[in-house]
Design a protein around this ligand. Structure first.
Ligand code: ATP
Ligand code: MG
Length: 479
C-alpha cells in the first residue's frame, strides 16, 4: 500500500465528552436557567449575595477541610501539579529543574520545556464550602457586618463511578452563613430558604431529614460508646465498616450495605447522648422549624465524619432519582474557618445537587404528562415568535430594521440570511414552530403596509409598521 492510500483511510478522530461529563443542550438548558433564576430571586429575599469562585484551589485546602480520610479526598479529586508556579523566581525554577537532572541554561528555556515543576498541587474543586471559607478569610469578611450570607452556583468535580444522578462534573447550588452567632434561628431560616426555593420550583415529594450530631463536649463520648457497641458486632460487618469501627465509627451509620441495616437500627443513637446545651439547641431548631411550618423527620443516621461539624445537620431527598435521591446536604460547621487559619467563626450552609434537582423536576413533568397522554421536557422551547420572510434587496433592508425593533421589544425573531421564495420561507417558519410570519416583499415596502400571517390559523392581516408592534405586544405568545 502506498503512503498516499494509507493516509486516505485515516479518518479524523471523533471526540467524545469525557466519562462522567455531559453537554447540556437546549431546550433543557432553559430549565437550568429557570432554576438558577429562582435561586437568585429567592436567595436575595433572604439577604444572600452571590460569590463567584475559582474552580481551582490548592489541594491542601480541600484535604484539610474535607479531611484526608474521606472518599472525596482520598480517591475522588482531580488533582495535578501546577506546571509553573509563578511564585517561584526563575532562578529557583532553574535550580529545581537541574536538581531533577534536566539541563537548563537560562530562563528562556524554562518556558519551552513545559516541565512540571511541582511546587503546589491544584485540585478541581469537589465542593464549594472550602473555597467560600478561604475567600471569607482571605478577603477579611469578618470585618463586614456579621453574619455574611453568600451563595454560589457552579460545577464541581469528583472522580466517582458515573451513574444516574452521579457525574464526574456536576453542579451545585451552595449557600453559606458565616460569622455571627449560632442562634437556632439561623439554622432554621437557612432550611426555610432551601425549602422555599424548592417550593417555588414546584418540586413535589420533597422530604427534609434532620439530626443533631452534638459538639466537642458530647460527641466524643458518644463516638466511644458507638465504637464499643460496634466492636461487639464487628464480625457481622462488611470490610469498610469494620475498618471504620476504628477510624471513624460515625460513618458506619450511613452505610448502605444491605446486611448491616438491621445492626445499625439497634445501635445507640446520638439524640440520647447529647449534652444539655446541644439538646436545648436541637429542640429550639425543631421548634423554630415548626414556627415556620416546615415538616421534617428526624434521622439519627445523618452524620458527618469530621470534627468541625457540630449540631444541626440535614438532608433533603426528592422523587424519581433511584438510590441517588439526596438533592441537598447541609449543616453547621463552626470549627472549619479556624482550622483554615481564620478567627473562630460560626458557620452553617448547604449544597444542592443541581443535576439531581433538575432530573427530579423532569421525572415529575414526565409522569404528569404521560398521565395526560403527552411527553415533552418541562421547559420553554426556544420558540421563534416572528419569522421574517423577505424577498428583494429593499425588502431585506426593511426586514433587518423590523427584526431589530422586534428584538428590542423582546420578541424572538428569525431573519433568514439569504433570500428565499415566500413558499419556502413559510415552510421553514412552520418547521421552526414560529407563531407569526412577517411577509416583506417589494409591494409591502412600497406601500408601508406589512403582512403578518398567523401560522397556526393561516390568518393574514396588514399593519403599518408602528401598529405591528402594538398588535404583537397585545397578542404576546404564550400568554
Ligand atoms: P451522596 O451521598 O449522594 O454521594 P454526598 O454526601 O457525597 O452525596 P455532598 O458532598 O453533601 O454529597 O454534596 C451535596 C449534594 O451534591 C448531594 O446531596 C447531591 O445532590 C450532589 N452530589 C454529590 N455528588 C454528586 C455527583 N457525583 N453527581 C451529581 N450530584 C452530586
Ligand atoms: Mg458522595
Amino acid at each position: 500500500m502506498s503512503e498516499g492510500a494509507a493516509k486516505k483511510e485515516e479518518k479524523p478522530r471523533k471526540f467524545q465528552a469525557i466519562r462522567g461529563t455531559r453537554d447540556l443542550l437546549p431546550p433543557e438548558t432553559a430549565l437550568w436557567n429557570r432554576v438558577e433564576q429562582a435561586v437568585h430571586e429567592v436567595f436575595a429575599t433572604f439577604g444572600f449575595g452571590e460569590i463567584r469562585l475559582p474552580i481551582l484551589d490548592p489541594t491542601e485546602l480541600f484535604a484539610r477541610s474535607i479531611g484526608v480520610d474521606t472518599d472525596v479526598v482520598s480517591k475522588e479529586m482531580f488533582t495535578f501539579w501546577d506546571p509553573f508556579d509563578q511564585r517561584l523566581p526563575p532562578k529557583y525554577q532553574i535550580e529545581e529543574a537541574r536538581a531533577r537532572g534536566i539541563n537548563i541554561q537560562n530562563e528562556g528555556e524554562l518556558a519551552t520545556i513545559g516541565l512540571a515543576l511541582s511546587f503546589q498541587q491544584l485540585t478541581l474543586r469537589p465542593e464549594a464550602t472550602a473555597s467560600v471559607c478561604r475567600a471569607y478569610i482571605e478577603r477579611n469578611m469578618q470585618q463586614l457586618p456579621q453574619p455574611v450570607k453568600l451563595y454560589t452556583i457552579g460545577p464541581m468535580f469528583r472522580r466517582e463511578r458515573p451513574q444516574k444522578g452521579r457525574y464526574r462534573q456536576f453542579y451545585q447550588i451552595d449557600a453559606e452563613v458565616l460569622g455571627g452567632s449560632d442562634a437556632p434561628g439561623i439554622d432554621a431560616e437557612l432550611i426555610e430558604m432551601v425549602m422555599t426555593f424548592l417550593e417555588r420550583l414546584g418540586l413535589e415529594g420533597v422530604q427534609l431529614h434532620i439530626n443533631s450530631i452534638g459538639d466537642k463536649n458530647c460527641r466524643p463520648k458518644y463516638v466511644e460508646l458507638l465504637r464499643e457497641e460496634l466492636r461487639k458486632v464487628k464480625d457481622k460487618l462488611g470490610p469498610d465498616s469494620q475498618r471504620r469501627v476504628e477510624t471513624n465509627p460515625l460513618r458506619v451509620l450511613d452505610s448502605k450495605v444491605e446486611g448491616e441495616q438491621e445492626i445499625i437500627e439497634k445501635l445507640p443513637r446520638i439524640s440520647q447522648h447529647l449534652c444539655d446545651a446541644c439538646r436545648e439547641n436541637y429542640d429550639e431548631v425543631k421548634r423554630q422549624l415548626a414556627l415556620r411550618g416546615i415538616v421534617y423527620s428526624q434521622n439519627f443516621r445523618l452524620v458527618r465524619g469530621l470534627d468541625y461539624y457540630v449540631r444541626t445537620t440535614f438532608e433533603i431527598t426528592a422523587k424519581g432519582l433511584g438510590s441517588q435521591n439526596a438533592v441537598c446536604g447541609g449543616g453547621r460547621y463552626d470549627g472549619l474557618i479556624e482550622l483554615l487559619g481564620g478567627p473562630p467563626t460560626r458557620a452553617t450552609g448547604f449544597a444542592i445537587g443541581e443535576d439531581r434537582l433538575i432530573l427530579s423536576l423532569q421525572e415529575q413533568a414526565k409522569s404528569k404528562e404521560v398521565a395526560s397522554g403527552e411527553w415533552r421536557v418541562a421547559s420553554e422551547k426556544p420558540r421563534v415568535e416572528v419569522y421574517v420572510a423577505w424577498m428583494g434587496e429593499k425588502a431585506y433592508a426593511t426586514a433587518i430594521r423590523a427584526a431589530k425593533n422586534l428584538r428590542a421589544a423582546g420578541f424572538s425573531v428569525e431573519l433568514p440570511p439569504v433570500e428565499q421564495k415566500f413558499g419556502k420561507a413559510l415552510g421553514q417558519a412552520d418547521k421552526l414552530g414560529a407563531r407569526y410570519a412577517l411577509i416583506l416583499g417589494d409591494n409591502e415596502v412600497a406601500s408601508g403596509e406589512w403582512t403578518l400571517k398567523t401560522l397556526a390559523t393561516g390568518e393574514q392581516a396588514t399593519f403599518a409598521e408602528a401598529d405591528l408592534l402594538k398588535f404583537l405586544g397585545k397578542n404576546r405568545s404564550g400568554e
